[in-house]
Structures are given as structure tokens and as C-alpha cells.
Design a protein around this ligand. Structure first.
Ligand SMILES: [Cu+2]
Length: 334
């Protein structure tokens, strides 16, 4: 079967690795590749790699130098290995480094702006926009936790310079009601109940502005995820899933960006052995460059996106279970 565009089925083949590693933006124009049948039934969805969207290129120009910034974060609270009594965890961050005008802030009119991605354990991130205002995690469950933070742009692409990413582990004594979700002080859900309870209704993510009710963001399989998670080894390779997450509609649904953070990892294009495997609705491809990709051609409805850090032997790199992360997203086409 001849197909004019790169399909997800093709991503699963080794040829995909060659042109993706060579730079997907340039290479995908003239690639006609023969797809063979696989175990998975043919997907009606035909995802194609596209270059950085023009509207983002335009935003970058308007932002001046700030996309060349090297923001560095420090987690002031919770302190490293802190023991917190009660279920409220205060998150305090200090942003320094070569900022070139980069400042987290949500524009009230557009609902967008620079922000920090804050990840509790291996849950989808929540956005922290105003660093001088409190950001609290409420109803955090008892036990060991990990907090990861890194600066992001209005279109959710992370800064990838040294020092941008920070992580601490902390312990909660006492803890909250495990039948209720962990939320931020503004009501966004950070983690679903670890004991079964009613699922909150899906709503808008911060992509589309302020949401009156907490966003679901695919956080309802956290009980399973937490059960299999171990401690992170800070010296070992670590992949942090960032995007996509939540609900996408209209212009935001085409294309959709995949983005992630790598710690202690060199991918192939930097002379390393590692690769990032992405699997969308069961169909896989490999990334050999640490940069976001944009995929177009999503069908309306729910999708599962998994990102995994893969070693030279093709295995997921073990680090507390954190190097294989799946998220449910929902796409609503116009
Ligand atoms: Cu974001």
C-alpha cells in the first residue's frame, strides 16, 4: 500500500527513526514509505509531523529575545526531603538566571502567558503563573512525594537550559482525605483520589483560559500509577512528560505539540544512546532530538499519548517507573 504522508504505522518502522533523527521538519515532505500491516488494526487517524506553527514563530518574533532566555528555578518550598505535617504543601519558587524579559504572568484578556509547569509525582502538570502569589497543594496524601518544576512559554513549550528543571522529594505525614483529589489553592486538580471516588467533570485546561471547575486532565488513573511508582534516583536518566495534556479544541487541536524534559540523558543527536519513544493510540515513533514536535491530523475524540525513555537495547530506562508516562487527552475538532 502506498501512502502519501507519514502515517503512525510508518512511525513504528525503523525508517521513521532515520528521518526523525535527521530532523523531521525538513525530511517529511517527500517521504513516501511503504507501510506493512501490523498487529494493530489500521488507524483512521493519520498523524503527520509538521514544522513549528507559523503563529508560534510569529509570537517568538514579537517576544523579542526572551525565547533565548536561560531561566533557572530554585524550589524554596517544599525543602529537599522535608517532612510536612498535615496535607497542605506550600510551593515557593525563585526564578533567576538570564531571563531576557521572561516573566511568568497570565494575560487576563487572552488567558495565556509564560508560566511554570508544576508536577506532583507523575501527574499532569499544573500551571503556576504569578510567582508572587501563593501556590499550594491541598489534600496531599500521606507518604513520599516528588515535585518537579520547569519554566514554560505561553504555548507550553518548556525551556531546556541547565538549571531550568528542578525537583525535590518530600514526605507528607498525616496527609489528606484519600477519597478526594489533591488540588491547588485555585481548585485545579493535581492528582485524583488514591482511593476510588467520584470523578470530577472534565473542563477546560489553562490552554483555553480560566476554568471554573477543576480540569480532569486524564488524572483518573493515578491510583494505578502511584501503586507502581518507586523513588526517583536523581543520578539516573529521567524523562519528564510535559505535553500534550487535557482538552484540545479548534485551532489548538491542529497541530498538537509533544514536549518533554530530559535529565541526565543524551539523545542520539547529542552523541548519546537514548531515544524517546512516543506512542499515540498504540502506534509508535522515535525522537532522537530533544525538542518539541508538532503533529497534525488528530481525529476528534479521546487519545492516549505515551512518552518513554528508551536505552540502546530498546528497553525503557528504569527510574522508579517515571520513564514511561501515558496521558489521556481529548480532541474536539471544529
Ligand atoms: Cu503550559
Amino acid at each position: 500500500m502506498r501512502i502519501p504522508k507519514i502515517s503512525l504505522a510508518v512511525f513504528g518502522l525503523c525508517v521513521a527513526a532515520v528521518f526523525i533523527s535527521a530532523g523531521c521538519q525538513q525530511a517529511n515532505e517527500n517521504q513516501n514509505t511503504t507501510a506493512t500491516s501490523s498487529v494493530t488494526p489500521p488507524a483512521t487517524q493519520n498523524l503527520t509531523l509538521v514544522s513549528r506553527p507559523e503563529k508560534i514563530e510569529q509570537m517568538m518574533k514579537e517576544r523579542g529575545e526572551q525565547d533565548q532566555a536561560k531561566p533557572t528555578l530554585r524550589i524554596i518550598s517544599p525543602a529537599k526531603n522535608a517532612t510536612i505535617n498535615g496535607s497542605t504543601v506550600e510551593v515557593k519558587l525563585e526564578l533567576t538566571g538570564d531571563l531576557k524579559g521572561y516573566k511568568p504572568h497570565k494575560d487576563p484578556a487572552s488567558g495565556k502567558g509564560n508560566h511554570i509547569h508544576v508536577i506532583l509525582d507523575n501527574q499532569p502538570y499544573e500551571a503556576y503563573y504569578e510567582l508572587d502569589q501563593p501556590f499550594q497543594l491541598l489534600n496531599v496524601s500521606a507518604g513520599d512525594h516528588t515535585l518537579r518544576v520547569f519554566p514554560s512559554r505561553p504555548w507550553h513549550e518548556s525551556f531546556k537550559n541547565d538549571g531550568a528543571f528542578q525537583m525535590v522529594m518530600f514526605i507528607v505525614k498525616g496527609g489528606g482525605d484519600e477519597a478526594k483529589p489533591t488540588t491547588t489553592n485555585s481548585g485545579e486538580i493535581m492528582a485524583s483520589p488514591t482511593k476510588s471516588a467520584a470523578k470530577p467533570e472534565s473542563s477546560k485546561s489553562e490552554t483555553t483560559g480560566a476554568s471554573p471547575t477543576p480540569a480532569r486532565e486524564g488524572k483518573d488513573f493515578s491510583a494505578i500509577a502511584i501503586a507502581t511508582m518507586g523513588p526517583i534516583d536523581l543520578a539516573k536518566p529521567l524523562l519528564t512528560y510535559s505535553r500534550p495534556k487535557g482538552d484540545y479544541s479548534g485551532d489548538d487541536a491542529d497541530p498538537i505539540m509533544l514536549d518533554f524534559w530530559l535529565l541526565n540523558v543524551k539523545l542520539r543527536d547529542q552523541g548519546g544512546d537514548y531515544r524517546v519513544r512516543y506512542t499515540i493510540d498504540g502506534q509508535s515513533g522515535f525522537l532522537d532530538k530533544w525538542e518539541p514536535i508538532w503533529l497534525t491530523g488528530w481525529t476528534s475524540g479521546p487519545h492516549t499519548v505515551k512518552l518513554e525513555l528508551i536505552d540502546k537495547d530498546g528497553n525503557v530506562v528504569e527510574n522508579g517507573g517515571y520513564n514511561s508516562t501515558a496521558r489521556d487527552i481529548t480532541v474536539t475538532k471544529k
